[in-house]
Ligand binder design. Structure first.
Ligand code: NAD
Length: 460
């Protein structure tokens, strides 16, 4: 207990030391009111627009370096402030974003040349982007969005979740510090000391914000899409993982437990329920139990349901908690190695049908592949977000992929392979499921411009 308190004191000392490094009036991009924040970001964007691309890349390189250096501190701050997730996995998420979030290389030019000259389609900045960020991946989203949006030549006004203001604003300060240290402008990203729904709403209506990017649940995405501005909506998911009879069942069990328990199931892409073919369900459960799964009784399930879905509404104090803590909340002392809570039920069970964001995996049995696909599609609720499958049958994989039609479809790996963690491809924490951009990167945050030179510059 004493060690823990000392750790917290140390963390506070580190944060205070960092705060003191910034001039008091700007506080490293953190403002008292939204109008001042937007004006500061606008001023920084004017400077940014005139900067060579190489300079943007220099700033981004330094953001990556600082994220690597401070990843663990940010992880600790995030867990401390929100009470969600775990430090080890959050640290990995910061390292991942530092290494694998694309910079300016993701922005490419298209060219046509012929008898009538040369035409280019180039990607240019929107200007000042408004970005609304969640409490589940707070500093991860701020840093990842910052890299992509700055690579596109934009500056950013962040509206962090009120439950994660400290850690989100610390990330904002880190980005500005990175810019200043390499000779770039201040306030390339900004935020508020006290962000509220009113300040978000002010930002959304502001004439100097041409693009709003919302990473969060259905309400915020709907609010952004109703704003009358261009909006990118990275909304909720409820990813099912389907296991058929051709899968390597032991590997599937290990992958599912690893994916589901990563950062205590906070990632929106994480396995939230299992649909398994009848003939392999018992074997799958056996291996899940061998790998940290704790199968609860019907009576324990009833208590867990009342705790997690109090009066049919998600109990936010359970979100992002680890399995042992959740079990202790219903009076069950689980073995030390417990990582995930398992139970069987119909797809309509509230702990299966709802997006919970905690390591609870309901398992639904299916008669055959048609039944499995049908149940999994129902469980995804048309979010078109993420789905996963373990199978060696290419036909089954293809059928499910087409039927579920999600932005992410991971095969034979834990869900986090979709973020480039144990899988190919780049990293992002903003998956634009609802508006269709999919995994966002620098080019998502730019607009298209055609540049035409008639009758010249073609030397073919
Ligand atoms: P949340 O919706 O409670 O909050 C997200 C952000 O939106 C916060 O900054 C909040 O202050 C703001 N907000 C909420 N309602 C608003 C409204 N009506 N108007 C303006 N702003 C509003 O989400 P959360 O609990 O922080 O995050 C978890 C949810 O986000 C889950 O549903 C998860 O699936 C989703 N998520 C999606 C992605 C993705 O990339 N698709 C990534 C992370 C989280």
């Amino acid at each position: 207990m004493e060690v823990r308190e000392e750790e917290i004191r140390q963390m506070v000392r580190e944060v205070m030391a960092r705060m003191e490094r910034f001039p008091q009036k700007e506080q490293g991009g953190i403002f008292q009111n939204m109008e001042d924040a937007i004006m500061a970001a606008k001023k920084a964007q004017n400077i940014m627009q005139k900067m060579p691309m190489d300079f943007r890349e220099k700033i981004i390189c330094h953001i990556r370096k600082k994220t690597r250096e401070e990843g663990e501190l940010l992880a600790r701050m995030g867990v401390e402030e929100t009470g969600m997730g775990n430090v080890g996995d959050k640290t990995l998420k910061h390292l991942l974003l530092a290494d694998k979030t694309p910079g300016t290389e993701a922005i490419t030019t298209k060219a046509w040349s012929g008898d009538r000259g040369l035409t280019l389609t180039e990607r240019g900045p929107f200007g000042v982007i408004g970005a609304i960020t969640p409490c589940t991946n707070p500093s991860e989203t701020v840093l990842c969005n910052s890299i992509g949006m700055i690579a596109g030549g934009n500056t950013v006004v962040f509206c962090p979740h009120p439950q994660a203001v400290q850690v989100s604003n610390y990330a904002v300060q880190l980005v500005n510090q990175a810019s200043i240290e390499v000779g770039g402008p201040e306030n390339i990203v900004v935020s508020l000391h006290n962000p509220t729904m009113e300040t978000s709403s002010y930002m959304m209506k502001h004439k100097d914000i041409p693009l709003i990017v919302a990473t969060g649940g259905p309400l915020v995405v709907t609010a952004v899409l109703s704003s009358g501005k261009r909006g990118i909506g990275a909304g909720a998911g409820n990813p099912p993982v389907l296991v058929d009879e051709t899968a390597d069942i032991k590997k599937a069990a290990i992958d599912i437990i690893n994916g589901c328990t990563f950062d205590n199931n906070l990632p929106c892409i994480a396995e939230k329920e299992v649909v398994a073919l009848e003939q392999i369900t018992d074997e799958l459960i056996y291996y899940m139990k061998e790998n940290g799964g704790f199968f609860i009784s019907n009576e324990e399930l009833e208590r867990l349901t009342s705790l997690v879905m109090t009066k049919k509404v998600l109990n936010r104090s359970c979100v992002g908690r680890d399995a042992k803590t959740l079990l202790s909340m219903i009076g069950v002392k689980a073995p030390e190695e417990t990582r995930c809570i398992l139970f069987e039920g119909p797809k309509e069970h509230p702990l299966i049908a709802e997006e919970l964001m905690m390591p609870i995996l309901g398992i639904v049995r299916a008669r055959d592949i048609e039944d499995a696909i049908c149940q999994a599609v129902w469980l995804e609720h048309g979010n078109r977000h993420s789905a996963h499958m373990h199978s060696r049958n290419v036909e089954n994989l293809t059928r499910f992929g087409k039927a579920i039609d999600t932005a992410i479809f991971v095969k034979n790996a834990p869900s986090y392979a979709a973020l480039g963690f144990g899988g190919e491809g780049f990293c992002t924490f903003t998956i634009a499921s609802r508006t269709g951009e999919g995994l966002t990167c620098a080019s998502t945050f730019t607009k298209s411009r055609r540049c035409v030179m008639a009758d010249s510059l073609c030397i073919r």
